[in-house]
Design a protein around this ligand. Structure first.
Ligand code: PLP
Length: 383
């Protein structure tokens, strides 16, 4: 017997990995010092633990400990990176390039830039497989392009963008490259040097760490010009003031340390689970289609379109299997997923799509159970 409800929504969030809570606990009571108190050992103790966490985060992306700024999550990191760079170049009427399939926190920040700061933003379409068209990027780059923001891995369809190729083009143009790596960090190898990345956003709760913490990698050599995001006591190099939450920072660091070790095994296991699920469902629902490329995709994601399905109805019928129709921030809204329509799906096709997210805790029994439930629910809806 499998234990229900079954969670298959690991792109929305993940539970904390074993060891993360234990690493965090001392920082709530015993080790309570303000990490910015430089005058005594209470402060030194927490500040040292935070720097160890920075080191774990940095080693997952080939960066230095000093290049990591803590934030409250990837939403804040994306806001920080985009506003920080675009405001730094404000007098030059800067241009920014991003993708139609980006997370809403990038797209809505880009909208803010055009509406409130006079910056100019090009939102490039993606190809039918979800990947960026590099020729279109080449054509869109201008002399005044300050920033290119392209996500590493999409949160709805899991496709992996060609970061090395994008970074090379951006660097040749003399622009800065930001990537939202909330779904990539700790899941696929990332290297800020090889990919010429200047800014990289991280979220704790997508990588089996705590919620409410994230980080932004900011290249120091050469130093990325970034306008301060929070004004105050000058913490985090003066660009993100406010007392850090040592427990959360340590938790994110621990999750990163674990991810570095388990990345390879996770990949192998989840690829097999996903294939098992897909084989089962496809054998009963022959007209299903996969949204986005399977070739360049993280192992933990699947997104399928079942013609004429009402995904909201199906998901609400699935009482003991937790899957989603797309981004957690967009579910419940009646508008079709902007990611799926960017691939060229009609509104109806987008509303016939399901996102299934596999995770470290997923088992073969769970995947079989979920596949059977989904098949039965689809057949019931089709009558
Ligand atoms: C979850 C997610 C975010 C937002 O991260 P938070 O830490 O929840 O703010 C941003 N971008 C992508 C791609 C995500 O998956």
């Amino acid at each position: 017997m499998v234990k229900t409800p079954i969670y298959l929504d690991y792109q929305a969030t993940t539970p904390m990995a074993d060891g993360v809570l234990d690493a965090m606990m001392p920082f709530f009571q015993e080790k309570f010092g303000n990490p910015h108190s430089t005058a005594h050992r209470f402060g030194w103790e927490t500040s040292a633990a935070i720097d160890v966490a920075r080191g774990h985060i940095a080693s997952l992306i080939g960066a230095d400990e000093g290049d990591i700024i803590f934030t409250s999550g990837a939403t804040e990191s994306n806001n920080f990176a985009i506003k920080g760079v675009m405001e730094a170049f404000q007098l030059k009427k800067p241009h920014m390039i991003t993708l139609a399939s980006e997370h809403s926190c990038v797209l809505n920040t880009a909208r803010y830039i055009t509406e409130r700061t006079g910056g100019d933003v090009s939102v490039l379409p993606v190809k039918a497989d979800g990947l960026i068209d590099l020729d279109q990027l080449k054509d869109a780059l201008r002399r005044e392009t300050a920033l290119v923001s392209v996500m590493a891995v999409n949160n709805e369809i899991g496709v992996i963008q060609p970061l090395n190729e994008i970074g090379t083009l951006v660097k040749e143009n003399g622009s800065l490259f930001h990537t939202d790596a909330a779904q990539a960090f700790g899941k696929i190898p990332l290297d800020v040097e090889a990919s010429h990345i200047d800014l990289l956003s991280i979220s704790g709760h997508k990588i089996y760490g705590p919620k409410g913490i994230g980080a932004l990698y900011v290249r120091q050599r050469p130093k990325v010009p970034l306008i301060a995001h929070m004004h105050g006591g000058g913490q985090e190099k003066g660009i993100r003031s406010g007392t850090l939450a040592p427990a959360l920072c340590v938790g994110l660091g621990k999750a990163a340390e674990i991810a570095l070790k388990s990345q390879g095994d996770d990949e192998v296991r989840m690829t097999a689970l996903r294939q098992r699920f897909l084989d089962l469902v496809a054998s009963e629902i022959s007209d299903l289609k996969i949204n986005g490329t399977m070739q360049h995709r993280i192992s933990s994601n699947l997104n399928i379109m079942i013609p004429n399905l009402d995904n909201q109805k199906l998901i609400s019928k699935l009482r003991d299997v937790a899957i989603s129709s797309g981004s957690a921030c967009a579910t419940g809204k009646s508008t079709p997923s902007h990611v799926l329509t960017a691939l060229g799906l009609s509104a109806n096709e987008a509303k016939s799509s399901l996102r299934i997210g596999f995770g470290r805790q997923s088992t073969e029994e769970e995947v079989i159970y979920a596949a059977e439930k989904i098949i039965a629910a689809v057949k019931a809806q089709r009558g």
